[in-house]
Design a protein around this ligand. Structure first.
Ligand code: ZN
Length: 201
């Protein structure tokens, strides 16, 4: 047992207290001479160490709290990043498609020629479109031309809605005339040798 512990133990006993003051001074002097710290200094040192240990403990706890907060934060960031990566791309913002129908210009062949062809074709059960030699399948048109006409893409025939193209603009005629061949002279729509009124679309 080190000498300072023996002395400290002796001084802490009841008997030691009788000679406490002077003996303590002497002991401290001897300890100082030999480079030892006194019991009081040791006790103070221990108290300091305990205090430091306590403070380090609370610093450790605080660091652990910060670490778990950082981990949680990192997890949120990762989750956000994954969500952003999985987000569908923004739709390309192009010009909006026009709501005004695109009606094709009537063909350049004379209306009389087209009409004659159409009348003969109807009698034969053939397609009404000039120079088309397919059998009629629907509305007097072959399958392809019937499909074009239904979609309003067949030039020179009034569309199912009564649409015609006059000087590049869509105009409406009586829908009862749909499916007939038409031509435009100036700004006038002609059908079978007569002029028909139009209204703006
Ligand atoms: Zn056809």
């Amino acid at each position: 047992m080190p000498i300072r512990d023996i002395l400290a133990a002796a001084l802490s006993r009841p008997a030691g207290r009788v000679v406490d003051g002077p003996v303590r001074d002497i002991v401290n002097e001897i300890l100082a001479d030999h480079g030892y710290a006194s019991p009081a200094e040791l006790a103070a040192l221990k108290a300091d160490a305990d205090g430091l240990r306590g403070r380090l403990g609370s610093v450790d706890a605080r660091l652990a709290e910060l670490e778990s907060a950082a981990v949680a934060l990192q997890e949120s960031v990762d989750a956000l990043r994954a969500e952003l990566a999985n987000r569908p791309a923004e739709p390309a913002t192009g010009p909006r498609p026009s709501l005004i129908p695109q009606v094709p210009e009537p063909p350049t062949e004379p209306l009389g020629e087209r009409q004659t062809w159409a009348e003969r074709s109807v009698k034969k059960g053939m397609c009404k479109v000039l120079n088309c030699n397919e059998e009629a399948s629907k509305d007097g048109f072959c399958a392809k031309h019937a499909s074009d006409w239904s979609a309003g893409r067949l030039p020179g025939f009034i569309s199912p809605e009564g649409l015609v193209s006059v000087a590049g603009e869509p105009r409406l005629v009586d829908p009862a005339l749909s499916g007939l061949a038409y031509a435009v002279e100036g700004n006038v729509v002609e059908i079978d040798g007569r002029q028909v009124p139009t209204v703006g679309y």
